[in-house]
Write a protein that binds this ligand. Structure first.
Ligand code: HMG
Ligand code: MG
Length: 313
């Protein structure tokens, strides 16, 4: 029996016609790998992802190398990508030291990363929520002066492994603060994958009420409880057009042990194309890339679409 290579396209009402997938496999995915992946493999991964049509491929992080050893090769990796438009290659930057490193290499798109909860702010950034915002302020200001686009990630938007469910108002406050500091876009992180669709829609409505337009919100779901696609659909119904995903479902978070991988890009593309929503992504090329990466990492991908698509014959 031969499985279908493409989903049957049947649109649902009231959804966007085009979505920008913000690919995070090379950063969020790989940062969680225990064995250090060679820099050349990372560079090839990113080249293959861009060639598969992913418009934005988060490349690496300019963080303290002891905090995330897997990404300690940012200085070696970024120059290997100099044939690609740096607008397509956002990098994570927590502080001015990180910004200096990123700008020196020609990065043109950065992301700061805050937390809705105190516990994760301490674990991930060694600071309180507000001290982290204060650390980001000059980073964002300097990036804007240099006409570098800034994304503001917010982790633990729904639940936190130490603090439990996170009140919507608490998340809204930090989102608003990130936008007020000058972030162009927000990415709402469900770092440990506990969100459910009603919670997603409630948070999005509350953000709109706080003056945050839907067009400036992206969603970043991890799939720990199998809710990532359902949550994505809820976000689409709200009009969200920026969705983070990780090729092959790679990923997790080094400071949130219960987090599994991000929403797999293949699963996302399968659903979006089935809904008739344009992504610009070539699913065959993406699948081949994730199969290749799984081989390089020496273990199978958790993405169900990838498994189905790569066992066609
Ligand atoms: P700290 O220890 O408080 O840093 O860490 P510090 O400012 O006190 O500086 C201590 C030393 O680190 C100094 O060196 C600095 O120069 C150096 P010394 O003077 O002692 O020799 N240093 C740096 N070196 C290189 N690059 C830098 C840098 N900054 C300071 N950028 C810090 C604070 C923010 C640096 C640290 O906590 C850190 O690097 N954290 C990164 C954590 C991380 O990358 N987590 C994963 C990304 S977030 C995520 O995955 C969630 C997301 O996917 C969304 C979701 O799912 O929720 C985005
Ligand atoms: Mg993440």
């Amino acid at each position: 029996m031969t499985a279908p290579g493409l989903p049957m396209e049947i649109p649902a009402e009231g959804l966007p016609t085009r979505v920008r997938i913000h690919e995070v496999g090379a950063r969020d995915g790989l940062q969680n790998e225990q064995t250090v992946v060679p820099t050349e493999i990372k560079a090839e991964f990113i080249h293959r992802l861009t060639a598969a049509g992913l418009p934005t491929v988060e490349a690496t992080s300019f963080v303290h190398p002891k905090w995330v050893p897997q990404l300690a090769d940012a200085e070696q990796l970024f120059p290997l990508l100099d044939d690609l438009d740096p607008q397509r290659l956002p990098v994570l930057v927590p502080n001015e030291r990180g910004l200096d490193r990123a700008l020196a290499l020609g990065a043109r798109r950065i992301a700061v990363f805050g937390s809705a909860t105190e516990s994760f702010a301490k674990a991930n950034l060694n600071r309180t929520v507000d001290a982290a915002l204060a650390m980001f302020a000059p980073v964002i200001a300097r990036a804007k002066d240099a006409r570098v686009e800034v994304r503001g990630y917010l982790s633990m938007c729904f639940g936190d492994p130490w603090e439990g469910p996170v009140p919507v108002a608490q998340t809204v406050r930090v989102c608003r603060a990130l936008l007020d500091l000058g972030c162009d876009e927000l990415s709402l992180g469900d770092t440990i994958g506990v969100a459910t669709p009603g919670h997603v829609q409630t948070l999005l409505a509350a953000l709109n009420e706080a003056g945050v337009p839907t067009s400036r919100i992206g969603v970043h779901f991890h799939d720990t409880y199998g809710q990532a696609l359902a949550n994505t659909f809820a976000a689409l119904q709200h009009g969200i057009t920026t969705i983070d995903a990780s090729a092959g479902g790679l990923g997790g978070c080094p400071y949130a042990k219960s987090a599994t991988g991000n929403l797999a890009t293949e699963d996302l593309v399968w659903m979006l194309h089935g809904l008739g929503i344009e992504t610009g992504v070539d699913l065959d090329r993406l699948t081949a890339t994730s199969v290749w990466m799984a081989e390089a990492l020496g273990r199978p991908s958790p993405s169900r679409s990838l498994r189905a698509l790569s066992h066609k014959e």
